[in-house]
Design a protein around this ligand. Structure first.
Ligand code: DNO
Ligand code: MN
Length: 388
């Protein structure tokens, strides 16, 4: 497996020189500065790639080539947006970047309710509390019909939280939830988010699936011609949120996604942490079932609570059997090697880490600390070496 490391380009307070000291060899990045829907030009991609290569790394995976919200909503004439997307694909391919990670979550990307939840070691982690999510949705966003999406127990716990909350704690919660909005978006307050949700009102799973399969039919044939592969990132958390449908949350969904346009270019980012947050998902089993379509892996762990909440555990300490998962990925690499394929190695990255040992001072994005991810990478490296 190839050790990857997410780097946010020149915005990142962690430099390529520092990343080199982790031992990772492949940078995972995107042109975060380009507004969604616009073309990633060949020149800008090549400049970024040269910068990465000069620092001694490869750039094999882009995370993400973002999909404009109008495509997710199936809104209006999408001809130009699809053409721009395909042009960015061609430019990436010209520059040798052949794996495209993306997600199809409407409006929000990853969602947490706490960015600094304490863990026993004294570090902090990202956490998702279902009662707090319910409190936000029902009492702060006041989304019409939100109560229907929660159990009586969730609602009772949400009421307790809101009654005890202060303006400050409500603001901390709002900021945590907004931290997962994709880069190009403004941050909303709770009433602002209620407005932002309006264009999605009434969108069903099957509407979103129709828009998703239209997207695939617009890009997968081009990907095949260019020798590119797509790797959809699962929903995080793997459930509907704020009334928005989610369609990449479990094995059944993935079966549907991969069959929607059946091609080696239509593949998966195996994000162990996202999938692992749903108790129904057996992550190593999912890795085995879809092994030949895994083009990229995010390795991290979660510890689930019975009420649907979860926290990001240390990489080898949560509910997912990471050793078994790595065994599945290594077996797939071996199979590819015996088939004589040239893309045998799967790039993985330590996906998130605990904030620890002074990480706060250098962290650009929640979940992406230097030392916390280094701890994760080293533990995973040990597991991989032990199985080689
Ligand atoms: C969160 C990440 C996601 C991921 C995108 C991929 O930390 O795993 O933001 O990059 O969903 O499109
Ligand atoms: Mn991930």
């Amino acid at each position: 497996m190839i050790e990857g490391w997410r780097w946010y380009g020149d915005f990142d307070r962690i430099s390529l020189g520092e990343i080199a000291q982790t031992g990772a060899s492949s940078i995972v990045t995107a042109l975060h500065e380009v507004p969604y829907g616009e073309v990633w030009t060949r020149d800008v991609i090549a400049t970024r790639r040269n910068q990465i290569q000069r620092a001694g790394f490869s750039w094999q995976v882009t995370e993400s080539l973002p999909i404009h919200e109008r495509i997710k909503r199936g809104d209006g004439d999408l001809t130009e947006l699809f053409a721009n997307y395909r042009q960015s694909m061609a430019n990436l391919s010209d520059c040798g970047i052949k794996v495209i990670c993306y997600n199809f979550m409407p409006l929000l990307d990853w969602t947490r309710t706490d960015l600094n939840a304490p863990v026993a070691t004294g570090a902090t982690c990202l956490r998702f509390s279902l009662p707090k999510m319910a409190a936000f949705d029902v009492y702060m966003v006041e989304r019409p019909g939100a109560e229907k999406d929660f159990t009586p127990q969730d609602l009772a716990a949400a009421k307790v939280w809101i009654d005890q909350s202060t303006p400050e704690s409500r603001e901390v919660l709002t900021n945590a939830i907004m931290a997962g909005l994709p880069g190009a978006y403004e941050r909303y307050d709770a009433p602002g988010l209620r407005e932002a949700l309006k264009p999605y009102e009434g969108m069903t799973h099957s509407d979103l699936r129709a828009n998703y399969s239209r997207f695939l039919s617009e890009v997968i044939a081009t990907a095949e011609e260019l020798g590119l592969v797509f790797a959809v990132h699962p929903d995080d958390p793997p459930r509907d949120i704020l009334g928005l449908p989610r369609i990449v949350s479990c094995a059944d969904d993935i079966r549907w996604n991969l069959a929607a346009v059946d091609s080696p270019a239509n593949g998966l980012t195996l994000c162990a942490g996202s999938l692992g947050a749903n108790p129904a998902n057996d992550v190593p089993a999912i890795a085995r079932e879809f092994a030949d379509k895994i083009h990229f892996a995010h390795l991290r762990n979660v510890r689930k609570d019975p009420d649907g909440s979860f926290e990001e555990a240390a990489h080898l300490e949560g509910d997912t059997d990471m050793v078994d998962l790595i065994r599945a990925l290594l077996a797939e690499e071996k199979r590819r090697t015996t088939e004589g394929r040239k893309d045998c190695s799967i790039v993985f990255r330590p996906d998130h880490g605990h904030e620890m040992l002074g990480d706060a001072a250098k962290q650009t994005h929640p979940g992406y600390p230097l030392i916390g991810r280094l701890r994760g990478l080293c533990e995973l490296r040990g597991v991989i070496a032990g199985q080689a």
